[in-house]
Design a protein around this ligand. Structure first.
Ligand code: ZN
Length: 158
């Protein structure tokens, strides 16, 4: 009897420990949603998260109806002085590679390319991003000039 009695709290403790990294901080502030549409537009041109978020999750919802091959969108994060080069380098990489250069460590985070009615998300660490000038963009060929915005990891107010 004593053995099985001990198993229950141990399992519960393990489950709590596993859940804690995402449950600890203010969840809402660490999860952002952005929309892309058939008119080659994001619905935001700036996004920010507080530095207290160890991780941030970005969800991209394509609210249009067009296929990924015609009007695909993704969400890519890079330095503001590097994103245009990344977008240009990605143009020839094709939909299968999300129109991004392979193994390019200038890319901080990115989602897959999705088409109308689809959504996708990416979770990444904010470590080292706090003072950096960052830009998010869509790397689908021809989109980055219209589909971009600033991304900031903001210090907490006292
Ligand atoms: Zn796009």
């Amino acid at each position: 009897m004593k053995t099985s009695w001990m198993l229950i709290p141990a399992a519960a403790f393990a489950a709590m420990a596993f859940a804690s990294p995402t449950m600890a901080a203010d969840d809402g502030a660490c999860e952002l949603t952005i929309e892309g549409n058939d008119a080659m537009q994001f619905n935001k041109d700036e996004m920010s998260v507080p530095a207290s978020c160890d991780e941030v999750t970005i969800t991209l919802e394509h609210t249009g109806e067009m296929a990924a091959s015609a009007m695909g969108h993704n969400w890519v994060l890079a330095g503001s002085d590097e994103y245009e080069e990344i977008a240009k380098a990605g143009m020839s990489e094709g939909l299968d590679n999300n129109y991004l250069p392979e193994d390019d460590d200038r890319i901080i985070a990115h989602t897959d390319v999705v088409g109308g009615g689809e959504s996708t998300s990416v979770t990444f660490s904010t470590e080292g991003l706090e003072d950096r000038d960052l830009t998010f963009f869509c790397s689908f060929p021809g989109h980055y000039a219209a589909m971009n915005g600033t991304f900031t990891v903001t210090k907490e107010e006292e």
